[in-house]
Structures are given as structure tokens and as C-alpha cells.
Design a binder for this molecule. Structure first.
Ligand SMILES: [Zn+2]
Length: 260
């Protein structure tokens, strides 16, 4: 008996806005034909083309919104949109039941400076240099955290529901990117968390009993003029307004400038 070759099926698909970043040049900002395999969901199809599902918030098939479990048919016309906060898309079905609004994060191992900047703005950021992909994904899932990474393989993991691909490589641009895409500006509370561990900072009253206990950890040159101190409730680190603060104030200012 002769094998009858199965007829290949195709859909027409187009990716919008920053999703183009993941595509080869010939597929950017244009509709193209993608081969469809039996049983493939629209989520499988999108990820097979290189886009992590965490980056996608809206899929339209011939103008109708569908969820990730939708099974495309041949000749469907599919439009895929990124997670966006600034467009009015009311009335359409977004892909996540819960929005990405809870601003608490876990960061991939290559994003240590970004973790410090996120804490500087007052948001919780878990960062562990020794975690692998599986640890990061399950920690994010269990604690309902937004996973930040430049590794799309990690963001494609099934159990990552709230994740965000970081496009920039410069941490100063990365922090602006996170604030802009998640519209975090109204929740920013600078200098309220420890940059080292992410714990909450508490004011240490000058010459209080608590202050006297840690007084010997502060350089004499600082004690002579500084009257305002904060301490991390988790790791005990002490903070004061020093010359390095200029840099940090600069970062906070640049984040707000990036809002417009
Ligand atoms: Zn700390």
C-alpha cells in the first residue's frame, strides 16, 4: 500500500508591537504563513514560532478574541498582541484571568542589578544567584510573583503564568522598561526596602536605644553630621543619606522621566 502524503495546513499569522523582537527579520511586522500541526493549540503555535506565552495578552482569530486553548483551523487569520497597559482593549478577552498588576517579582540570575533597582523603588524582588530555571519557575508560581528574565526558554515553561521578557541589557533601561510596561508609577515608594535583601526598612530614631546598639557600625565621619538612619528589618543593614545616594536619586528621576 502506498503512503498518501498528508496535506500540510497553514494559518496566516501576524505579531504586533514588541513581539516582533522574537521573530526573524522576514517575519517582523508582516503577516506570514505558519504550518499548523494536528492538535496544536494557538499557544503551542505561538511558542513554536519563538514567542514566550507570557508576552502575549490578546489573540484575535478573524477579529474574535480566543484563549490559549483554541485550536486553529486551516486558513485562520491570527493576530497576536503583547501585554500592554496603555491601550484601551476593553470588551476583548485577555488571556489571563488575573491581571499582571501585583507588583512583586522574582528575577533570573542575570538580572541582579535590576533586582536592586526594583527594591530601590520599593517593590519586592527575590533574587538568588544559585537558582536554576526550575527553581525560578516554581517559586514564581507558588508565590504568585512576576518572573523577569531575558531567557525565553524559561518564560515558555508551562507553570510560568506571570512573566515578562526584559528587552534591554542596560539595567537603567531595564528598570524604566518594567515601570512603563506594568504602569507601576503610582505604587513607587523609594528607599523603603533594603537593596541587598529586599526587606522592609525602618526608621532608626537618632540616639534611641536601638540606635545606640548599632552606633559602632556607623563611620565617625557620618555620625558627625547625619541624624537620619534606616535599618533593614530582615538583614539589619543600616542606611543613611551618603554620597552614593546621588546615583540612586538619579535612577529614580530617570524612571519618572521615562513615564512620559
Ligand atoms: Zn536587608
Amino acid at each position: 500500500m502506498e503512503d498518501v502524503p498528508l496535506k500540510k495546513k497553514f494559518v496566516t499569522i501576524r505579531f504586533y508591537e514588541e513581539l516582533n523582537f522574537f521573530l526573524p527579520l522576514s517575519r517582523q511586522k508582516t503577516s506570514f504563513q505558519a504550518e499548523l500541526y494536528t492538535g496544536q493549540t494557538v499557544k503551542d503555535l505561538i511558542e513554536s514560532l519563538g514567542i514566550p506565552h507570557t508576552e502575549v495578552d490578546l489573540v484575535l482569530v478573524d477579529g474574535r478574541s480566543v484563549d490559549f486553548s483554541y485550536q486553529p483551523s486551516a486558513d485562520d487569520n491570527i493576530s497576536v498582541y503583547p501585554v500592554f497597559e496603555t491601550f484601551d482593549i476593553s470588551g476583548l478577552t485577555l488571556l489571563r484571568a488575573e491581571p499582571l498588576r501585583n507588583p512583586a517579582f522574582v528575577l533570573d540570575v542575570h538580572l541582579g542589578t535590576l533586582a536592586r533597582y526594583i527594591r530601590l523603588l520599593g517593590f519586592s524582588a527575590v533574587y538568588r544567584r544559585d537558582w536554576g530555571d526550575a527553581d525560578l519557575a516554581s517559586y514564581a508560581e507558588e508565590n504568585k510573583l512576576i518572573l523577569l528574565s531575558r531567557d525565553r526558554g524559561l518564560l515558555k515553561r508551562k507553570n510560568v503564568s506571570h512573566g515578562m521578557f526584559i528587552y534591554h541589557t542596560d539595567p537603567r533601561e531595564q528598570i524604566k522598561e518594567v515601570c512603563r510596561r506594568l504602569d507601576l508609577y503610582s505604587s513607587i515608594d523609594p528607599f523603603s526596602r533594603c537593596l541587598k535583601c529586599g526587606g522592609k526598612l525602618y526608621t532608626l530614631e537618632y540616639e534611641s536605644d536601638d540606635f545606640k546598639e548599632i552606633r559602632d557600625q556607623i563611620p565617625e565621619g557620618v555620625l558627625s553630621w547625619c541624624r537620619e538612619y534606616k535599618q533593614c528589618g530582615t538583614c539589619g543593614r543600616i542606611y543613611w543619606e551618603g554620597s552614593h545616594m546621588k546615583v540612586l536619586h538619579g535612577i529614580i528621576e530617570s524612571v519618572f522621566e521615562g513615564a512620559s
